[in-house]
Design a protein around this ligand. Sequence first.
Ligand SMILES: Nc1nc2c(ncn2[C@@H]2O[C@H](COP(=O)(O)OP(=O)(O)OP(=O)(O)O)[C@@H](O)[C@H]2O)c(=O)[nH]1
Ligand SMILES: [Mg+2]
Length: 216
Amino acid sequence: MSLTTKILLVGPQNAGKTVLAKYIFSRESEDLSFLENTIDEKEFESFKLDLGSEGDVSTYPVRIHERNIGDFQLTSGAVVTVNIQIWDVSGDLERMRDKLEVVCNGALGAVFVYNPGRQGHGELLDLWFRELENLLPSSAEKILYPYKMPDQKQSNRAVQPKLTGRIRTVEDCNAYERESILRMHTEFTQMLRKVVDRQHTRREKQERSLMGANNY
Ligand SMILES: Nc1nc2c(ncn2[C@@H]2O[C@H](COP(=O)(O)OP(=O)(O)OP(=O)(O)O)[C@@H](O)[C@H]2O)c(=O)[nH]1
Ligand SMILES: [Mg+2]
């Protein structure tokens, strides 16, 4: 069976979505395996440099990453082919508002990213959440990454989003720590597994009922 799975990456501008999409979420875990090897400082240093340099241009309206996994194993043990689409969405809510219905159409998961150290991000994240709540299917899987960049000081005017506690939150998302990068990736993959599991069950049911109808 072959499935196409659409996941959104959303949240305020300058949160780091484009960097996360490019370097972490659109990768296979093997691509990041050098992070587990603490001796490989050189490779990690160049990875960190890349993280800092990508994303200077604001995204508009979306950038789509596609990744094909030929043998995605589900919790049931079944193996399927998955075409994962990661939609890296502009954080400019005003300009995106009239496009969100189209963007959300068919999305089965959403990764919310904000930057807890940046002023205004708490409120903006809540706005994004509220906006998407009605557009995404209620079964859509949601996860939150409070993402910290290395040179960032905590702003004392930063406001905690109300959303905190309402969706699964991945703590300590820090771009310059190996363990943190691996955790971000692992959590993303777990979310993906849940989404694909559900999608697979639904598809099987549809196929069964279709076959039942044909036999009739
Ligand atoms: N040093 C460093 N800089 C980062 C990291 N992640 C993002 N940045 C920088 O932060 C800025 C914003 O990152 P983006 O990924 O473009 O942010 P975005 O959420 O996609 O923003 P929009 O496209 O405007 O919605 C860019 O200048 C990045 O280079 C990181 O891990 N390390
Ligand atoms: Mg971007």
